[in-house]
Design a protein around this ligand. Structure first.
Ligand SMILES: C[S@@+](CC[C@H](N)C(=O)[O-])C[C@H]1O[C@@H](n2cnc3c(N)ncnc32)[C@H](O)[C@@H]1O
Length: 289
């Protein structure tokens, strides 16, 4: 369906804005829609969501979702093409997750000196750090890094490559990623260069690539994909990890936790941690046998 570029702005008290954002996060039909949520007016306690739908379907679903929150007022503003692109790139604030600071080109001059700064621009690949699943993975990884090192890392469903790039920038000697989406692989390789990260990305489904198999056994596997492929790939992920190695899994909703966890526990993993962000869950599972 043709789409006149619009920006959707929703304002309301914090709880209402956060509930509306959680609703957007939990809708699989809105996976491609970019939005940000921030405090607009501290004194008056007003929070604001800026959403940048990329199709008329997303406009309709977003406005329907937001209309379910009566404490939030919603405005849809038309944007000129060029403005829309610029805004979708400049409207996203940086994301902080543990030691990681994920930012776009427009925040170039504002990166903190004492963090691992990852420059990832919004574009055609998933993974600017703004989604609850990416943040969950980065927080889980940051926590693990306080106690252990991961020399060999695999990132299944790399999107922008943000997770493998984070690994390469924090001491992994091998960081490799795969994606079924070819443009994402190209973007991830560009992002690796841009971030001076020794990470490589290949076009493959799951772990089905000779370069991926050659890198095994891995100390850590990230897989931020959906629940069904996480279950389907549980044996492959197990066999790619060394005993004692860790899988950080996300892309699943909290309601899907049991199903995904069960698949890994039955294969000899131990559940070490769950991180909840919006409706999403990230699981830390260690291969014990
Ligand atoms: C939710 S995004 C995660 C991107 C990034 N890793 C992050 O954490 O932000 C999921 C990515 O996995 C890819 N994907 C989905 N199923 C896959 C599979 N079976 N094998 C490889 N990649 C897959 C999608 O194309 C998409 O780029």
């Amino acid at each position: 369906m043709s789409h006149n570029p619009v920006q959707i702005i929703a304002r309301g008290p914090r709880a209402a804005a956060e509930a509306a954002a959680a609703d957007i996060d939990s809708d699989v039909l809105l996976e491609g829609a970019t939005y940000s949520i921030l405090e607009e007016d501290e004194d008056r306690g007003i929070w604001r969501i800026d959403a940048f739908p990329t199709s008329q379907d997303e406009v309709d679903i977003l406005t329907k979702r937001l209309a379910q929150h009566p404490d939030v007022t919603v405005k849809v503003e038309a944007l000129a093409d060029a403005d829309w692109l610029a805004m979708s790139l400049s409207g996203l604030p940086p994301v902080e997750a543990g030691r990681f600071f994920v930012y776009g080109a427009h925040d170039q001059g504002r990166v903190p000196p004492n963090r691992v700064n990852l420059k990832i621009d919004a574009g055609a690949a998933f993974g600017t750090g703004h989604h609850g699943t990416t943040v969950g993975c980065l927080i889980a990884y940051d926590e693990l890094l306080k106690r252990e090192r991961f020399d060999r890392v695999l990132d299944v469903g790399c999107g922008t490559g943000v997770l493998a790039i984070a690994a390469a920038r924090t001491g992994s000697s091998l960081a490799i990623g795969t994606d079924i989406d070819e443009p994402s692989v190209r973007i991830a390789n560009e992002n690796a260069k841009l971030n001076h990260a020794n990470a490589r990305f290949v076009h493959a489904s799951g772990l089905n690539d000779i370069k991926v198999r050659a890198g095994a056994p891995y100390d850590l596997v990230f897989a931020n994909i959906l629940a069904p492929p996480l279950v389907a790939l549980s044996q492959d992920i197990k066999m790619s990890l060394r005993i004692g190695g860790v899988a950080i899994l996300s892309g699943l909703l909290r309601t899907q936790e049991r199903r995904v966890t069960a698949a890994y526990l039955s294969r000899g993993f131990r559940l070490e941690r769950r991180i909840h962000r919006d409706a999403w869950s990230a699981l830390v599972l260690r291969r014990m046998a």
